[in-house]
Design a protein around this ligand. Structure first.
Ligand SMILES: [Zn+2]
Length: 434
């Protein structure tokens, strides 16, 4: 079995790994790297050629000796795992794109008219044969977007597991807790290798459950001033978080207005797939004119609504930023409350944008509530627990910069693994035989 590190082994983003067995291969994830989109002002992903996007570090660099690609498997619908599908999937036109129901629905929207590959829905708990000697299995796991799975690749000579991304949430707001039974079984059956994310391995302890974010939100929002405007901003793909906000809105007696292009995209898919049901007084608008109209309505009657919108990173084209820049009739007035249910993604561009956003909001008199958020990624002690359950023969950390991969390696050492004996740090483009 050969593991080809394509993307995500030197950075947080553009995840892509190829597993090759004989002549056959599976591509796992096809992500983009969003902070690299931001540093070039002229970046329009849909217009630049793939070679240019790869050289800017936005999408993974494809090589021509991956073998016969039999399947493109997507573990979840975050853009750093599937955002390059619309650009790269057609390089392997015969390979079906395989994902869980929510993920495939997002893929359909990403591909729109340009679909060449067949799409295939695989549920958590199911196994699919993709080549005579290669089958894949999805196992239920928790993260910050619905329907996330981890992947097991089975070959006649052993299995390999791909855990990227995940948290261990025993009380998720949506969906079920991780399939610990299957995870333990895999450990007993024996895994030849584990490819594992490292995004938050540098954080001590365990990542709190999504229920904790719900409680934090409840605690703050139930104390909000009923006479003033109320805005909550969060990740549009974080459907569990949005569900919590909707539930709290009901307690507050405010009508939810879910606004923003990506908000409409992810929430509509979740509703269509039966993952959430919107209360009948809630409205979702993604088009420019519809948003403008809704905000005009809300401006006249602020205490009636709760705005659930995009823009927590201060992105220049997101709604909260535009509100702060006074582009709508809806203006921030003294005493209006703005709640950030998201952390700042720690790269300097985001930090600067968020600083500008917060400053503008405060200058207009907004009261800010920040950090009502828990991560979707496992922390150090979650990783420790998981590693004890899985006990793989070899470990390849991913989804991090070299220092993050090294922190994982150090953690593995505490469980008896050794670097370059069982734990291998790969760089993008490198290969390893198992
Ligand atoms: Zn993710």
């Amino acid at each position: 079995m050969e593991i080809i590190a394509v993307g995500g082994y030197e950075e947080v983003g553009r995840n892509m790994t190829v597993i090759r067995y004989g002549d056959d291969a599976i591509v796992i994830d096809m992500g983009i790297r969003l902070d690299r989109v931001l540093i070039h002002e002229d970046t329009d992903i849909s217009k630049l050629p793939p070679e240019e996007l790869a050289s800017r570090g936005i999408i993974p660099s494809i090589q021509d000796d991956f073998g016969e690609v039999k399947a493109i498997v997507l573990t979840h619908a975050h853009l750093d795992h599937l955002g390059a599908v619309s650009i790269l999937a057609e390089k392997f036109p015969m390979a079906p794109i395989i994902g869980t129901p929510y993920t495939i629905e997002v893929v359909k929207q990403e591909l729109r008219g340009r679909r060449k590959n067949p799409l295939y829905v695989l549920e958590a708990g199911e196994v699919l044969q993709v080549a005579p000697k290669l089958s894949i299995e999805f196992v239920r796991i928790t993260h910050s977007i619905p329907d996330t799975v981890f992947l097991v690749v089975h070959t006649p000579e052993g299995s390999l597991a791909y855990f990227n991304d995940f948290k261990l949430d025993d009380t998720p707001v949506i969906g079920e807790k991780p399939d610990y039974q299957r995870i333990r079984e895999l450990g007993k059956e024996g895994l030849k290798a584990l490819i594992i994310e490292t995004t938050r391995v540098a954080n001590d302890g365990r990542t709190p459950s999504e229920q904790v974010a719900r409680t934090l939100l409840e605690d703050t929002l139930l104390k909000s001033n009923p006479e003033r405007g109320l805005i909550v901003t969060t990740f549009s793909s974080h459907i569990a978080r949005i569900k919590s906000i909707l539930d709290i809105a009901e307690k507050l007696g405010r009508e939810p207005l879910l606004l923003g292009r990506s908000m409409e995209k992810y929430v509509s898919i979740a509703e269509r797939k039966g993952i959430i049901s919107l209360p009948k007084e809630a409205h979702v608008y993604g088009g420019r004119d519809a948003i403008k109209k809704a905000l005009k309505r809300a401006a006249k009657d602020k205490q009636r609504y709760i705005l659930i919108i995009t823009g927590h990173q201060g992105e220049h084209d997101a709604l909260l930023t535009k509100i702060a820049n006074q582009k709508f009739e809806f203006r921030i007035e003294p005493g209006d409350e703005v709640v950030f249910s998201a952390d700042v993604i720690p790269n300097p561009i985001n930090v600067a944008q968020r600083y500008a956003l917060e400053t503008k909001l405060k200058m207009q008199g907004a009261r800010l509530f920040k950090g009502l958020h828990v991560s979707g990624h496992a922390s150090r002690e979650d990783h420790y627990d998981l590693l004890k359950m899985l006990q793989p023969e070899k470990i390849i950390p991913t989804h991090g910069t070299l220092d993050m991969l090294a922190i994982y390696a150090e953690l593995a050492e505490t469980l008896g693994y050794a670097i370059n004996r069982e734990v291998f740090l790969l760089r993008n483009g490198q290969r390893m035989e198992v």
